[in-house]
Ligand binder design. Structure first.
Ligand SMILES: [Ca+2]
Ligand SMILES: [Ca+2]
Ligand SMILES: [Ca+2]
Ligand SMILES: [Ca+2]
Length: 430
């Protein structure tokens, strides 16, 4: 998702937050044993603040260790994992020169040569999203401009929507936060060699609303029919539709690149949603959805939604989702209720997926809250890092079998030395 926060953060957000949250006292959590330990130089390049945005994890050079592609206002940065040495910034060696600013990096093998390719989403309307094909030696070739979207892309997902074995690209279009822009979400079909062309009927579909900003897109098979479906998170801080907040959208894939809306599939929530993840909470074989919402448009307790897929153990229709209020068992501190996106991993290796919300720390002091999975409900875990978390990824960075965490910072309402620095947290749960 795209983050237009930094330049404008401050009074507007604070006013909105206070208006919603005045009666709520800061929740006090019991002291919890740390699951993560922060590492700095020499594990991370001691670089000037990167103000990193979206992050993608993947083994870029094929040496078995997970690397990171980080979008920044100055293009993209590659942090290559050099084991005990830590990460080395090899952007100059492995990326083409003169990349323009990007908001999101996505990694996937689009041409089937087993080397990761990258998509960088442009950070300004009128600029093209870029495709960089892996060059077969751990670097990336010259950028290829993808077809221009209707407005700025907030997120993208690789997903084989037409079931022909190659990764197609779905883009959510729009931005939110202090400015609001919208446009038609788009689908680019892959020709198998990494050549992408737009499916115009996707943009003309009746559910594709040009007015409501889409903040993120998730590819999942919600109804277990074998064809990928799409869940779009949407927000409307600008109240283009007359009210702040917007209904999220589930469209079901037919398997040939067309999608039909599933209007009764989602609860009637109209939050300012920023991003979502799919995970099988209770292990019954269908995918549930966890959504991050922003306090700008919703009350604190609505800052996260847990949507349960009613198939499987629930005995209902697969692909119909019901809200589970209280599943997060929290009254969030105002300082962690502007939620920018969820990340999922089984951080304590108990077989249940845990969820960390990336937040905008406003007022200062808010950390990224971690929720420990326990079936359909969660319990609070120890939070990490005070910052505006623009992006992040769980991955086994040090190769010891448990998920570690790398998050980018778009700054911090608290200011200070951590502002803009990439943050590395190693899992110390064992
Ligand atoms: Ca490739
Ligand atoms: Ca395909
Ligand atoms: Ca499906
Ligand atoms: Ca279920």
């Amino acid at each position: 998702m795209l983050l237009p926060f930094l330049a404008l953060m401050g009074s507007v957000t604070l006013v909105g937050a206070q208006a919603t949250q005045v009666p709520m006292a800061r929740a006090r959590s019991p002291k919890l044993a740390p699951l993560f330990s922060e590492r700095q130089a020499p594990r991370l390049p001691f670089a000037p603040a990167l103000y990193g945005r979206g992050v993608a994890a993947g083994d870029i050079d094929g040496d078995g260790a997970v690397d990171f592609c980080i979008s920044t206002a100055g293009g993209a940065v590659l942090y290559m994992n050099r084991g005990t040495v830590g990460f080395v910034d090899e952007s100059g060696l492995r990326l083409p020169a003169a990349l323009v600013g990007s908001s999101v990096c996505k990694l996937g093998d689009v041409d089937g040569d087993a080397w990761l390719d990258a998509v960088l989403l442009a950070d300004a309307p009128g600029s093209s999203d870029l495709l960089l094909l892996g060059d077969g030696s751990g670097g990336f070739g010259p950028p290829v401009a993808l077809p221009l979207g209707a407005s700025i892309s907030s997120d993208a997902e690789f997903c084989d929507v037409d079931l022909d074995g190659d990764l197609d690209l779905v883009r959510s279009v729009g931005s939110s936060g202090h400015g609001t822009s919208a446009g038609l979400d788009s689908l680019l079909l892959n020709d198998g060699a990494g050549g992408f062309s737009p499916r115009l009927d996707f943009e003309a579909a009746p559910w594709n609303d040009p007015l409501v900003p889409s903040t993120g897109v998730l590819c999942l098979d919600a109804n277990l029919d074998g064809a990928p479906d799409l869940y779009f998170t949407r927000a409307d801080n600008g109240s283009v539709t007359g009210s702040p907040g917007a209904q999220n959208l589930l469209v079901l894939g037919v398997g040939d690149g067309t999608f039909v809306e599933a209007p009764a599939a989602l609860p009637a929530l109209a939050d300012n949603s920023y991003d979502a993840i799919a995970l099988d909470l209770e292990g019954d074989g269908d995918l549930d959805i966890v959504v991050a919402n922003s306090l700008l448009g919703v009350s604190g307790p609505q800052s996260g939604d847990v949507l349960v897929n009613m198939g499987g153990a629930q005995g209902g229709l697969t692909g119909i989702f019901t809200d589970r209020p209280g599943a997060l068992n929290e009254t969030p501190s105002i300082a962690e209720a502007i939620r920018l996106g969820p990340l999922a991993a089984d951080v304590d290796l108990d077989g249940r997926t845990d969820v960390l919300f990336r937040v905008h720390d406003l007022p200062p002091g808010g950390e990224q809250p971690l929720f420990m999975g326990g079936g359909l409900d969660f319990s609070r875990g120890p939070a990490v890092g005070t910052l505006i978390s623009a992006g992040g990824a769980f991955a086994d960075i040090d190769g010891d079998g448990d998920p570690d965490l790398l998050i980018t910072s778009a700054g911090s309402a608290a200011g200070g030395t951590s502002q803009g620095r990439v943050r590395l947290f190693l899992n110390v749960s064992r």
